[in-house]
Design a protein around this ligand. Structure first.
Ligand SMILES: *[C@@H]1O[C@H](CO)[C@@H](O)[C@H](O)[C@H]1NC(C)=O
Length: 259
């Protein structure tokens, strides 16, 4: 009961006066249970402020919020997963063994409570400013398999410098795949070849995510501003014709996720 009262009070404080960044709600340990760390996601069941027993499962993606700064974990943009391994979570303390540039590894710990907290049942990070508590929550649980393999159909070559494409003919209307990715991608394009200015463009998209836990949005431009279609739920596994040719995708988790 005490935990809940604390949670409710702190959330109100966080909403009305967010001037002090120190006010970040109640830490993971006290009002959240089933706290786990998997595939770079911190996941927990946290109390809402509705009553003393209603929990929501939500998650925060950590790989774009923590970096390995020569062996020490720092809370800034940057992927730590590539150079750190052996993670363990005790309460809200994430301990990792990270590679240093000198070649040896250093064990480093980060108190996740400093920037991640329970806001009315939703686990959110304040690293990019005061978090806005999403007005609705999803009932979907964190997927047991968070992968999203893609297959492209009706493929063409796209290049911002058009003469590049004549050198890289694509099979049309062939199909080819990518992935499986497992991360939230804000705008992801497939470059062919890796160093060139040629991107795979596609008019059909198949998402094979076994969990059906993602919505994959397709965009006609490399900045992901012109949406030409999206695939989610039962459409997954089938080949969907888009409303135009796409060159990039955005992957949006359908469970409660702070990306
Ligand atoms: C914790 O996880 C167990 C097993 O998945 C589940 O039955 C339980 O409801 C969870 N607790 C909360 C508070 O959500």
């Amino acid at each position: 009961m005490l935990n809940w009262e604390l949670a409710a009070l702190t959330v109100i404080a966080a909403r009305s006066s967010y001037a002090a960044p120190a006010v970040i709600g109640v830490g993971v340990g006290s009002s959240c249970t089933n706290v786990s760390f998997t595939n770079s996601w911190l996941i927990a069941d946290c109390l809402t402020k509705a009553d003393s027993s209603t929990h929501i499962q939500s998650s925060v993606y950590l790989n774009n919020k923590i970096t390995n700064d020569d062996g020490t974990l720092k809370k800034v943009d940057g992927s730590f997963l590539g150079s750190c391994n052996t993670y363990s979570l005790g309460g809200a303390k994430l301990t990792c063994s990270c590679q240093r540039s000198a070649g040896y590894t250093l064990t480093s710990a980060l108190n996740l409570k400093e920037h991640i907290a329970n806001y009315a049942g939703r686990l959110l990070s304040d690293l990019s400013g005061p978090p806005a508590v999403p007005p609705t929550s999803s009932a979907a649980l964190f997927p047991s398999d968070p992968s999203w393999p893609l297959r492209f159909g009706d493929i063409a070559c796209y290049s911002p410098d058009s003469d590049f494409c004549s050198r890289y003919p694509f099979s049309n209307p062939g199909t080819c795949g990518v992935g499986p990715g497992t991360k939230p991608e804000s705008c992801y394009a497939v470059r062919e070849p890796l160093s060139g200015h040629v991107y795979r463009a596609f008019a059909q998209l198949q998402v094979g995510a076994p969990s059906k836990a993602w919505r994959v949005e397709a965009y006609g431009d490399l900045a992901c501003t012109e949406k030409v279609g999206s695939v989610e739920g039962e459409e997954q596994g089938t080949c969907k014709k888009l409303g135009g040719r796409a060159v990039a995708v955005k992957t949006v988790p359908l469970w409660n996720a702070d990306v």
